[in-house]
Write a protein that binds this ligand. Structure first.
Ligand code: GGG
Length: 364
């Protein structure tokens, strides 16, 4: 008897466009994923549920997301996120009330941010260095400078005026898991190298612990080249020696800053894709462009959808649809190579035009 046809995979995805251009880029990513599914001959499909959370929801309810939001999200296979932040809500309220609540609530401790050169995109790097731009920044996403410990109105030290304290928390377990993740990732890449970034000359407790854990874990990966670099030196290295990098692992704040620098070197923050992973798969992972809500261009239909579409490709990879992810990344590269560029890349194509060009290129 013939084998029964495989059961089509139906992925339940929670879409949270949130603020500003989030709505436009999430819509773009959804239409690209739906086009891929439509062309899959019924092999897979996406079942979308959209949540209205964000700064407008905050204005109506006093919270960035529903109280039972995490309970509702845990039923999904993945979360597809837009951007958070709007001028009417203090940034720390919107960030902690939504993006960080999801990342930390679901222990999405690995934030993976690839930095890649795309053909046809003007990069500020020297031409010879552009081809070298193929890194992954691995951001510790659960603790460090984003542990949320501290407070205001401390009296005592400081001669007058308010005193605020913000503590970083580095746990041995937290350092070890993200550093191992970076080493395992390096083993899948042509250049097997991990660069660890701290500021351990000045941050003498947590970041010294990070450095020690890095050296201990590195001993388990003798086939992987390593270096430890201070964050200020690494910022310079990004610009001056891109050919020396492959996987860069850093704490929450340092990696956030470095990955923005990396995407600017690739041509624009609008290109940068990311995955907030719970590698144990106990909870859903979240995929989002690295960029924020860009209030200055929101609603104009000119936002760059490439970061969001690249994040959709990372979601496909997460589902094991690696061939489809590769197809999508090639379609993005074909689109930029053909000169279909949005405004942030010096072009004139609208969000909808770039998205349509990516969908067309999927057919090639
Ligand atoms: N899509 C990413 C996003 O909305 N980022 C907003 C932001 O302010 N992020 C700061 C951070 O993640 O550290």
């Amino acid at each position: 008897t013939a084998d029964p046809s495989p059961t089509p995979a139906r992925y339940r995805i929670a879409a949270i466009p949130a603020d500003g251009v989030g709505a436009e880029v999430v819509a773009a990513g959804r239409s690209v994923l739906d086009a891929l599914a439509a062309g899959s001959g019924g092999a897979f499909s996406f079942d979308w549920t959209e949540f209205p959370w964000g700064s407008r929801y905050y204005a109506e309810t006093g919270a960035m997301m529903a109280d039972d939001g995490l309970d509702r999200l845990k039923e999904f296979d993945a979360i597809y996120f837009g951007a958070v932040g709007w001028p009417t809500v203090p940034d720390h309220i919107s960030l902690w009330g939504l993006r960080l609540r999801v990342c930390q609530g679901f222990d999405q401790w690995a934030n993976v941010r690839p930095v890649r050169f795309l053909p046809g995109v003007l990069s500020p790097l020297r031409a010879a260095d552009r081809a070298e731009l193929d890194w992954v920044v691995v951001r510790e996403n659960s603790e460090g400078e984003y542990a949320g410990f501290g407070g205001r109105n401390f009296a005592g030290r400081g001669a007058g005026g308010e005193v605020a304290v913000q503590s970083s928390v580095f746990t041995e377990t937290g350092c070890e898991r993200i550093i191992r993740f970076a080493f395992d990732l390096a083993r899948t890449r042509e250049r097997r190298k991990v660069s660890s970034v701290t500021k351990s000359n000045a941050q003498q407790y947590g970041m010294v612990l990070w450095d020690e854990v890095f050296r201990r874990v590195a001993a388990d990966y003798p086939d992987v080249e390593t270096e430890s670099v201070l964050v200020d030196a690494m910022a310079a290295k990004f610009v001056l020696r891109p050919e020396e990098l492959s996987v860069v692992v850093a704490s929450n704040l340092n990696a956030d800053i470095l990955s923005d620098l990396g995407s600017a070197l690739a041509g624009s923050l609008g290109l940068a894709a990311s995955a907030n992973l719970n590698p144990e798969r106990a909870w859903p992972s979240m995929f989002e462009p690295v960029h924020g809500s860009a209030p200055d261009i929101a609603g104009q239909g000119v936002a760059n959808p490439i970061g969001a579409v690249g994040s959709a490709a990372m979601m496909l990879d997460h589902f094991g649809l690696s061939e489809q992810a590769g197809r999508l990344n090639r379609a993005i590269a074909a689109t930029t190579a053909a000169g279909v560029l949005p405004r942030d890349l010096g072009g004139r194509a609208s969000t909808a035009e770039v998205t349509a060009a990516i969908i067309d290129a999927l057919a090639d």
